[in-house]
Design a protein around this ligand. Structure first.
Ligand code: HEM
Length: 129
């Protein structure tokens, strides 16, 4: 019998996939006209944090909590005015990154659905007029 992966993290290919996904994601964020103004020029730290976070978000080891404490992601985003436009741009970059690393089918759909829910939760500012 095929082994059933313990988590989405493992099903997706573990650390190697998360590393590539996050690298592809921030390459796109860095040149996205809506998102790039929110981020620092140097993505080194944010890449490291996001790799740790998505590892635990998808059911892998609790790397983010170990190194950075309780996620409290909505709270950590409150210092930025995040609108539905930012949410759409974030999810667009993530969707392209998922395609770039070859995630597909049901696994990709489930992972993207979870990210979509969380992205909605980060919105803290109404749409611009
Ligand atoms: C909805 C649109 C989103 C926008 C515009 C956004 C933007 C940002 C910005 C500007 C930062 C801070 C970068 C810095 O350190 O200077 C950040 C941090 C972070 N974001 Fe987002 N984000 C969004 C959604 C998400 C989602 C959906 C997740 C996770 C699934 C996420 C995970 C993180 C993590 C892990 C950090 C690092 C937190 C820390 O330890 O400081 N973000 N985000």
């Amino acid at each position: 019998m095929e082994l059933i992966p313990a988590s989405l993290y493992e099903a997706a290919g573990g650390a190697a996939t998360i590393d590539r996904l996050v690298d592809e994601f921030y390459m796109r964020v860095a040149v996205d006209p809506v998102l790039s103004p929110l981020f620092p020029e140097d993505f080194t730290l944010i890449r490291r944090k996001q790799k740790a976070f998505l590892t635990q978000f998808f059911g892998g080891p609790a790397k983010y909590a170990e190194e950075f404490g309780a996620p409290m992601m909505r709270f950590r985003h409150l210092r930025f005015a995040i609108t539905p436009t930012h949410q759409t741009a974030w999810l667009h970059c993530m969707s392209e990154a998922m395609d770039a690393v070859g995630l597909s089918g049901e696994l990709r759909r489930v992972m993207f659905d979870r990210l979509t829910l969380t992205a909605g939760h980060m919105v803290n500012t109404p749409a611009e007029e």
